[in-house]
Design a protein around this ligand. Structure first.
Ligand SMILES: NC(=O)C1=CN([C@@H]2O[C@H](COP(=O)(O)OP(=O)(O)OC[C@H]3O[C@@H](n4cnc5c(N)ncnc54)[C@H](OP(=O)(O)O)[C@@H]3O)[C@@H](O)[C@H]2O)C=CC1
Ligand SMILES: CC(C)CCC[C@@H](C)[C@H]1CC=C2C3=C(CC[C@@]21C)[C@@]1(C)CC[C@H](O)C[C@@H]1CC3
Length: 418
């Protein structure tokens, strides 16, 4: 990895140049995908079908809708929570507290949307506003990240993320300087990571399903599958919300453009690509094939949930009967590494399950186009890169014990392949 100075964390994402490229490339890709999904040829590669003018991109109504959405999710975040969890220990030895009420926010949002729809709210019309909504979200993310950057210049050194304070403004703007920007108890990163984007994603999917029902009389089986699989994924993430407190996004990365844009824009507008594609390119899916795809999703989910729960249980209580019998490697930190069970199969079994689910989300879209497979391709690249970042951090944390783990479990994500 490139380095700035000997005492600074190695630069990631190709340093300032890579960060600058990503700041431009991520929004451009997102707009390309939205435009391509609604176009006849639906080409992933090649130029966009057309270049939209400002009058098509900018709408004050879209901005108002976005701000209302963010306001609603912020209000739901502030409601009393079933539990308040403590995060990992910080540099100053303190621990932050986080409300565990994401699933409650999903249910309350569903109730509000249900009420709205039964009162005549034309939810399907949202599918025609994706372009201006994505534009308003992108602008908001740029402004938000800029404000976060400026605010971080006033933060004490102990509040900074290990990675995002290289001194290069573009790199730091992208990666995020401050680790846990908060106003009072409102934690911006934790809020962004799970709520507006993930719940927004299922809402957009639902709008596309309703629009399809309006256009064709009933939603297609393929649309039901995509909606069902992705709702399960989002519901699972919010149900197990506490697990996000140990991810590198919360522990290691600052809140900058990468996470702000990733969470608020990239997730809802690109993760809903399969449903966008299906609205404009209906697919006939036979029942046996649909059942086969459900089976693939179930296998993926079984591995994903099994691996994540096994690690979470082990980290919370290593003597829990469900994990007490597993083989482990002791480390100098006092923590242990699992070396049997899911974590003895590959070093990232949860990524394997996630990738199998990603395949199941694309299959209902048929094999005539590459576009609906974008998520699978992007996600493979994201997880390979994420695995390498995590590996680096684990090597630093656990040293020799990590090397031993790598020797005993040589494959990273796919057994005997990678
Ligand atoms: N859909 C999407 O866009 C994305 C989804 N994800 C999903 O989110 C979930 C979380 O992923 P992610 O945050 O990357 O990290 P993981 O949940 O895979 O956690 C990695 C951490 O687990 C601990 N660990 C690693 N190996 C072992 C072991 N053998 N025994 C015990 N602990 C171990 C280490 O932390 P420590 O030892 O400190 O506990 C390590 O840093 C995954 O299921 C992933 O697929 C992630 C990113 C994007
Ligand atoms: C495209 C950019 C370079 C990076 C954007 C990254 C974000 C989209 C992802 C970073 C980590 C994420 C996690 C999830 C969603 C995607 C982002 C925000 C989950 C919430 C998905 C559901 C899982 O159960 C937990 C994940 C935690 C990490």
């Amino acid at each position: 990895a490139e380095t700035m100075a000997a005492d600074q964390a190695p630069l990631e994402f190709g340093g300032p140049l890579g960060a600058a490229a990503l700041v431009l490339l991520l929004p451009t890709t997102m707009f390309h995908l939205i435009l391509a999904a609604s176009s006849g040829p639906a080409r992933l590669l090649g130029p966009p079908p057309y270049l939209p003018g400002l009058e098509e991109l900018w709408s004050p109504w879209a901005l108002l809708l976005l701000l209302t959405w963010l306001g609603l999710q912020a209000a739901l975040y502030l409601l009393p929570a079933r539990k308040v969890a403590e995060g990992m220990e910080l540099k100053d030895k303190n621990r932050l507290r986080y409300p565990i009420n994401g699933f409650q926010a999903l249910v309350l949002t569903a109730l509000l949307v249900g009420l709205g729809v039964s009162a005549g709210l034309p939810l399907g019309a949202l599918s025609k506003m994706l372009l201006p909504l994505a534009f308003a979200t992108t602008l908001t993310c740029f402004i938000f990240s800029l404000l976060l950057y400026v605010r971080s210049l006033l933060a004490p050194a102990s509040a900074l993320a290990p990675g995002g304070n290289s001194g290069n403004p573009i790199y730091d703007f992208f990666l995020g300087r401050e680790l846990n920007p908060r106003i009072g108890s409102f934690d911006f990163k934790y809020f962004c990571e799970l709520r507006p984007g993930l719940i927004g994603w299922v809402l957009i999917n639902l709008a596309l399903l309703m629009q399809e029902a309006e256009l064709r009389g009933t939603p297609s089986l393929a649309m039901w599958l995509v909606n069902g699989f992705q709702l399960l994924y989002v519901g699972d993430a919010l149900w197990y919300e506490e697990a996000v407190l140990t991810t590198m996004d919360i522990i290691h990365d600052g809140l900058g453009f990468m996470l702000a844009f990733g969470d608020l824009a990239w997730v809802p507008f690109t993760y809903s690509l399969q449903a966008q594609f299906l609205l404009y390119h209906p697919q006939s899916l036979e029942l046996p094939m649909a059942l086969f795809i459900c089976f693939i999703n179930a296998i993926g989910y079984y591995i994903f949930r099994g691996a994540n729960s096994q690690k979470n249980t082990f980290r919370k209580n290593p003597s829990d009967p469900s994990v007490a019998g597993l083989a482990t490697i002791p480390t100098a930190t006092g923590r242990q590494l699992l070396v049997s069970g899911w974590w003895g199969m590959v070093r990232h079994p949860n990524y394997l399950g996630d990738l199998i689910m990603a395949l199941a989300w694309s299959l209902p879209c048929g094999v005539s186009h590459l576009l609906p497979y974008f998520y699978l391709l992007y996600f493979t690249a994201l997880l390979v890169h994420r695995e390498a970042r995590d590996e680096q951090q684990c090597l630093q944390k656990y040293g020799r014990a990590w090397k031993e783990y790598c020797q005993r479990v040589p494959y990273r994500i796919v057994p005997y392949v990678y």
